[in-house]
Structures are given as C-alpha cells and as structure tokens.
Design a protein around this ligand. Structure first.
Ligand code: PAF
Length: 279
C-alpha cells in the first residue's frame, strides 16, 4: 500500500496504474467497518483501489465540530493495510486548496443542498461538493464509492456527476450497522455507555416508520410518531422526514409508486447522529 501526500506522488501512482480500472473511496479518516465496506466494494469491482484521507475544513459549518473531529491517521493506515488497498492519498490542506488555479464549476444543486442536513448545517454541502469535485479532478477514478448512511451527500454527488464532464460511475454502498441496528459512524465513539444503549432507538424508529408507510399511514403522522418516540428516549430531533429518494422533496401522501426514504438527524447529548431507511 503506497502512501501519497503530494501531487507528484499521486501522478506517479496514476502512471503506474494507467491500464487498470480505479476505484476511489474518499474519507475523512477515523475509519470504521462502514468505510471498510466501501473499500471491499471497490476492490471487488475495480483493479486498483485508492482511499483518500482528508479532514475537509470547508464542510464544517461548526468550527468546534472540526476541532473535535477524530484524527487517527496511524490507526486508519493500519486498518487499510489489512484490506486490498493500493494507495492512500493523504494530502495536506494546500494540495487540496491551492491559493490559485482551482475552481469548482457552478452546479445547480440548491434544491438538494438546502433541505434536510442542509437546512441545519448551512454551507456544509457546498464544502462537500467542493472537496469531492477537487478529489475527483485529481484522482480521476472510474468509480466512486460512497456510503448510503450519508444519503443526502451521495444524492448530491450523484446530481453533481450528472452535471459534470466526469465519466465516473457512483456506486452507493449499503449502511453497515452494529448488531443492535446503530449505523456505524465516526461519532459513535464519543457516545457514553448510557447514550450508546439509547442510540439504536433511531433505527427502531425508522423500522416502525417503514411499517407505518406500508400500512399506508399519512407521512405527517408517521413523522409525528417517530419524533415523539425519539424525544421520549431522550433525543433532541432536528428532523425526521419522508422524502422522495432522488429529488429529496417531501412526500405528502402515501403512494406505492414513490421511491420514499425516511431521513433522520437527532442529538443525544451533544452528539448528532443521522440515519435513514429506504422504504
Ligand atoms: O463522507 C465523508 O466522509 C466526507 O463528507 C467526504 C465525502 C470524504 C468529503 O470530505
């Protein structure tokens, strides 16, 4: 596994792998099983897999969240070394954001970026689009692997790719859950033992919402019931919404032909967890 930190390193690796299909897994480190499932999906499909580790400052609307974000490069590299990873691109900030010569095209994404997470984290998705575009422009993979836990993120990147000149296929990878249903996340390691016991309520609430959707309950009443369950368990809920899977528009009425997905964000203590379930 090669560790690349500069553009010449990356270009040299690309020259070595020119004849191969390249799968790319962008990350911010603090790796867990969820990330490894992306790596496995890539190494199963592509000839060479490259993982990036870069904690992107522009996607943190809350600067204290950026400071608290775990930086565990040594442990991350050790984990990746157990997998079929060909290269890790871990650049310093000035490689990703040079003072000149880099501009992200104007994409029309506001309908997707202003809702759900975007309504609570202003500017977050602008930062995500900026860094993913930059990374794709540098790495030039054939396929991009992204986890479905950040459902809105992958929907936005899918829309960005459709509007871009890149010939890159996005491969969404299923959420990896703990045995009790909690979606794997770098933030889970900050949960106290008491919070960890309560945290799976999020997934249980999503499953109940799915059952209620199948029973053709009104989306507004499904949402109200889910929020009340979460609040009773001790969460402070930012949103629990049922939306259409591609446009992320709110679903107002049951319709079995609609590709509906429930998305939730809720705090337990000061830890914000997100999850989703496609109905
Ligand atoms: O999902 C993440 O870890 C980040 O948002 C990403 C896609 C690596 C961009 O910084």
């Amino acid at each position: 596994m090669q560790i690349l930190t500069t553009l010449p390193d990356l270009q040299h690796w690309q020259t070595q792998n020119r004849a191969q299909s390249i799968g790319f897994v962008p990350t911010m480190g603090a790796l867990h099983e969820g990330h490894l499932s992306l790596v496995e999906a890539s190494s199963a499909k592509d000839d060479a897999t490259i993982v990036s580790i870069f904690v992107n400052p522009t996607q943190f609307n809350d600067k204290s969240d950026l400071e608290k974000y775990p930086r565990t490069l040594e442990a991350d590299l050790a984990m990746l070394d157990t997998k079929n990873v060909d290269a890790v691109f871990a650049p310093p900030e000035d490689v990703i954001y040079p003072s000149e010569g880099f501009k992200v095209p104007d994409f029309e994404l506001t309908d997707l970026t202003n809702v759900l997470e975007g309504a609570y984290r202003p500017g977050h998705f602008d930062g995500v689009v900026q860094v993913v575009y930059r990374l794709l422009d540098l790495v030039r993979p054939d396929r991009l692997y992204m986890g479905l836990k950040d459902y809105q993120q992958q929907a936005i990147i899918a829309a960005m790719l459709r509007q871009s000149d890149f010939a890159i296929q996005l491969i969404p990878v299923s959420i990896v859950r703990e045995e009790d249903g909690l979606a794997m996340s770098s933030r889970n390691r900050r949960l106290t033992p008491e919070q960890r016991l309560i945290a799976p309520t999020i997934y249980q609430t999503l499953q109940q919402a799915q059952a209620d959707w199948i029973a053709q309950f009104l989306p507004t009443s499904i949402q109200a019931k889910a929020i009340s369950t979460l609040e009773q368990a001790g969460f402070q809920v930012d949103y629990f919404e049922i939306v259409e899977a591609t446009t992320l528009e709110s679903v107002e009425l049951f319709d079995e032909s609609v590709d509906a997905i429930a998305c939730v964000a809720a705090y337990i203590g000061d830890i914000r967890l997100i999850d989703n379930l496609q109905f």
